[in-house]
Design a protein around this ligand. Structure first.
Ligand code: GDP
Ligand code: IMO
Ligand code: MG
Length: 450
């Protein structure tokens, strides 16, 4: 059994949580490899909604090993609350392990995130204000505080002091905030450390052990390819690398440990926060997709910007992540919209056109999508479990997309529920099949190559 990465192929919120939960049934280990509680991963199971910010989306299976890898930035308050919330709902968290090497989000990171956005004014990135960027900055500056530091009061205090000193100037507006008091902060983090101690572990070793026993390990990405700090729409990105390559660094394995990489994309596109979005629908149609798809942020509740599916950006994500499979979610949200648009290339200044994702930000900021129209469908499709159950127009839509991507579509989401999914048959042995629509009976993959 392989190592499989689930990576966001757009700007986040593609439905990674649902896909991870689905695959986790067959996995021994689920590991988050980057990001922090800027993520919001939703799972709907038996009508109950679970929203996770740090806890891997495999936790609903009792005892399943769910790891927070070294590449994640952990707000100890948030993880403690998430654990308590799960206990309250009767969910077993004994399989949760947190890397001792993961970095901690500190109160001053949250304040610096806020201050940075205020300073940028209209140019602001629209961060989640969770302190993600400042925490990764401190990691790179070697001023970070790690999970293991929670266990030693003396080291913790020294490190907090060393990390806060250079920030005095920037933190001046918040100088009177009680949470910035060195002693109080050390005390609070020590208390959180006591609570988290049973979860702290050498997570890389747990992953190696599972891989060496040929068990399935799911590497759960957060955010998405176009929010990647190196390859995304910089500076309107997050401060980590969500792409599949980062799974190696953030979980502690080598590239040869990754066998499959599944990119998750909605059947349309959304984005939260600022930055270029060539296929954006700044119109009533965008509003309609937002309502149909319930496109409001899991983490901040902000309305998500909506637009047509963007094949230029998706092809870029396919190459960057070496995708072996594509998961298309939320096809059901397009029901009733006719015609449907799909962005096939970008049009830039002076009649330029781009088949490939442009690397230069001045071009990207001005690029508008050239859209091909396809017929829509009116019937609800949430009950579909095979491609044959879909209206012809929906099959044609997937066929059009699959043909232009050249990577098999392995799953299609038709509703938020765990079973509201179509297995196309392209990766049958990895996806559990409840009841009908057994892998062996499923139709052939939508499209392979073109
Ligand atoms: P993530 O951050 O990638 O895990 O995605 P989010 O959880 O932030 O956002 C995806 C939203 O879409 C969640 O509310 C999911 O419950 C929901 N969702 C996932 N797949 C589908 C689908 O196929 N259809 C519908 N209608 N909703 C879906
Ligand atoms: P999941 O894992 C969507 C966006 C923010 C902002 C930018 C930088 O649920 O897909 P940050 O707080 O990371 O410094 O903000 O990145 N962003 C997300 N957008 N889904 C996410 O996570 C995101 N995490 C960060 O809105 O534009
Ligand atoms: Mg999300």
């Amino acid at each position: 059994m392989p190592g499989l990465v689930v990576v966001g192929a757009q700007w986040g919120d593609e439905g990674k949580g649902k896909v991870t939960d689905l695959l986790a049934e067959r996995a021994d280990v689920v590991v988050r490899y980057q990001g922090g509680n800027n993520a919001g991963h939703t799972i709907v199971r038996d009508g109950e909604v679970y929203k996770f910010h740090l806890i891997p989306s495999g936790i609903l299976y009792p005892g399943k090993l769910c790891l927070i890898g070294n590449g994640v930035v952990v707000d100890p308050k948030v993880i403690t609350e998430e654990i308590a919330g799960l206990h309250h709902r009767g969910i077993d968290t004994s399989g949760l392990k947190i890397s001792a090497n993961a970095h901690l989000i500190m109160p001053y990171h949250r304040l610096l995130d806020l201050a940075g956005e205020i300073r940028l004014g209209e140019q602001q990135i629209g961060t989640t204000r969770r302190g993600i960027g400042p925490c990764y900055s401190d990691k790179a500056a070697r001023l970070g505080i790690r999970v293991q530091d929670l266990l030693d009061e003396k080291i913790l205090k020294q490190k907090i002091y060393a990390a806060m000193e250079p920030k005095r100037q920037m933190l001046r507006p918040y100088a009177k905030e009680p949470e910035l008091d060195l002693h109080a902060m050390t005390e609070e983090y020590r208390t959180l450390g006591h609570r988290l101690e049973p979860f702290i572990a050498d997570t890389a070793r747990i992953v190696w052990d599972a891989l060496d026993r040929r068990r399935l390990v799911i590497f759960e990405g957060a955010q998405g390819t176009l929010l990647d700090i190196d390859h995304g729409t910089y500076p309107f990105v997050t401060s980590s690398n969500p792409i599949a390559g980062a799974a190696c660094v953030g979980a502690g394995v080598g590239p040869k440990d990754i066998d499959e990489v599944w990119g998750v994309t909605k059947a349309y596109t959304t984005r939260v926060g600022s930055g270029p979005f060539p296929s954006e629908l700044d119109s009533e149609l965008g509003e309609r997709i937002r309502e149909a798809g319930g496109e409001f942020g899991t983490t901040t509740g902000r309305p998500r910007r909506c637009g047509w599916l963007d094949l230029v950006a998706l092809r870029y994500a396919i190459r960057l992540n070496s995708l072996t499979g594509v998961v298309v979610t939320k096809l059901d949200a397009l029901t009733g919209i006719d015609p449907l648009g799909v962005a096939v290339r970008y049009l830039g200044p002076e009649r330029s056109s781009f088949e490939e994702f442009p690397y230069h930000q001045s071009i990207l900021h001005k690029a508008r999508a050239e859209v091909v129209e396809l017929p829509g469908w009116q019937e609800p499709i949430t009950g579909a479990r095979t491609l044959d159950d879909l209206p012809q127009q929906a099959r044609d839509y997937l066929g059009f997309v699959g043909e232009r991507l050249g990577v098999p579509i392995v799953l299609v989401g038709v509703g938020p529920g765990r079973d509201e999914v179509i297995r196309t048959g392209a990766a049958p042995d990895l996806v559990p099949v409840p009841g009908e629509g057994r892998a062996g009976e499923a139709p052939a993959p939508v499209v392979r190559g073109s």
